[in-house]
Design a protein around this ligand. Structure first.
Ligand SMILES: NC(=O)c1ccc[n+]([C@@H]2O[C@H](COP(=O)([O-])OP(=O)(O)OC[C@H]3O[C@@H](n4cnc5c(N)ncnc54)[C@H](O)[C@@H]3O)[C@@H](O)[C@H]2O)c1
Length: 364
């Protein structure tokens, strides 16, 4: 294990799909260096190792976890493996940065958090969308009371045709735990609740639909961000989810998320917040990072709109910077496993509400 503060922290990355976002993030982090990758898809992992000059490549994750001088791991594997891989890593003494969602269910998430506590290691979650410049600005503005009382929010992630691998693990209920809700909805719910100052959600009323994927349609034609795994399975998850959330302070949030729907969306996400003295609308089409935010207020008593000049931020690099600081200096600020668990409870409640066709209360 690396203790001396002058030495670079040694990192392993498990999973070579979204693992690339972590590789880029660590490249921007001078206090850490990636020393190993693990993945079952040997070709893709070898390509990444070459591209990022990583000395060691393993197959199964257990081989990587046996390397004693790896201090921390980033885990970007299919959702059903989040819990077992994270627990094995924590038991091997590694700090863990897990991809979203925390796990397929809150129950799995609770076991991960217990393992982190027992091992006295950090369990953090890659809620990278929080660290977009627009979201960070809105978060700080809300915290400073800039919009007054925020009483209503809308949030969405909608794709016209963006099933991430029809027939892959993503569309297998057992392996993924769900469809766009657990995949994309978790991002936008986290991002929006974070921007609002993290109010406690007390109840949800939701519906899910599987109308397009089940016809064999709606697959991504040209995924823009990473290579997608193809598959031979079926379509077993929702392709659209809608939800209405109530919070303890009386605010409400409307959410919709889809991998495939007859809509004008391409690959679009965003939110709007309405407060008593101001509001905002964030719209990101195809992952745009700038030109995405409008703010609404008053100027001399007249309704007035503006658009802050944004900078491009790499959300994974921001999370990784906070993860390394948390390990090295005990600095708070990295999204924690507990925050991931909070969102997992919310996702569980949304699926339950949809399955039972009624409002579901979330216990504190
Ligand atoms: N935060 C984001 O923006 C973002 C984006 C995409 C995906 N993700 C998340 O990342 C995770 C992975 O998604 P993906 O799109 O990269 O999936 P993927 O199928 O493309 O890649 C999964 C990787 O896990 C590896 N893997 C599976 N079993 C393994 C084992 N036993 N040992 C070692 N490696 C193993 C595979 O070989 C592959 O490299 C998911 O949880 C997803 O939600 C997050």
């Amino acid at each position: 294990m690396t203790d001396a503060s002058s030495e670079k922290m040694r990192i392993g990355i498990i999973g070579c799909g979204a693992g690339i976002f972590h590789l880029r993030g660590y490249q921007a982090e001078p206090r850490a260096t990636v020393v190993a990758l693990a993945g079952l898809d040997t070709d893709r992992c070898q390509r990444l190792a070459k591209q990022f000059d990583i000395p060691a490549v393993y197959g199964d994750y257990r081989e990587l976890l046996e390397v004693r001088d790896i201090d921390a791991v980033s885990i970007a594997v299919p959702n059903h493996l989040h819990m077992p891989v994270a627990i094995a890593a924590l038991e091997a003494g590694k700090h863990v940065l897990i991809e979203k969602p925390l796990a397929r269910s809150a129950e799995e998430g609770e076991r991960m958090i217990a393992a982190a506590q027992k091992a006295e290691r950090i369990l953090a979650i890659a809620f990278n969308r929080r660290y977009r410049d627009d979201v960070m600005l809105v978060h700080d503005h809300v915290a400073a009371g800039g919009f007054g009382r925020v009483y209503f929010a809308e949030t969405y992630w909608m794709r016209r045709a963006g099933i991430p691998g029809w027939g892959s693990w993503f569309t297998d209920k057992e392996l993924a735990g769900g469809g766009p809700l657990i995949d994309l909805g978790v991002h936008v719910l986290d991002m929006t609740l974070y921007a609002m100052g993290n109010p406690t959600v007390t109840s949800v009323s939701a519906s899910t639909y599987a109308e397009i994927g089940t016809q064999g349609k709606g697959n991504f034609r040209n995924a823009k961000t990473i290579e997608r795994s193809a598959g031979t399975g079926n379509y077993e998850v929702e392709d659209l989810a809608t939800a209405y959330l109530r919070t303890a302070d009386g605010a409400t949030v409307m959410m919709k998320t889809s991998w495939a729907a007859y809509t004008g969306a391409e690959d679009d996400f965003g939110f709007s917040l309405m407060g008593s003295t101001g509001g905002c609308e964030m719209v990101s089409r195809n992952y745009a990072l700038t030109g995405t935010l409008k703010v609404f207020g008053d100027f001399e008593g007249i309704a007035s709109d503006g658009s802050p000049r944004l900078i491009e931020r790499d959300g994974h690099a921001e999370v990784i910077n906070r993860f390394v600081s948390a390990i090295r200096d005990g600095t708070p600020g990295v999204p924690t496993g507990e925050e991931g668990l909070d969102r997992a409870r919310l996702i569980d409640a949304i699926y339950r509400s949809a399955a039972e066709g009624r409002e579901v209360l979330i216990e504190a």
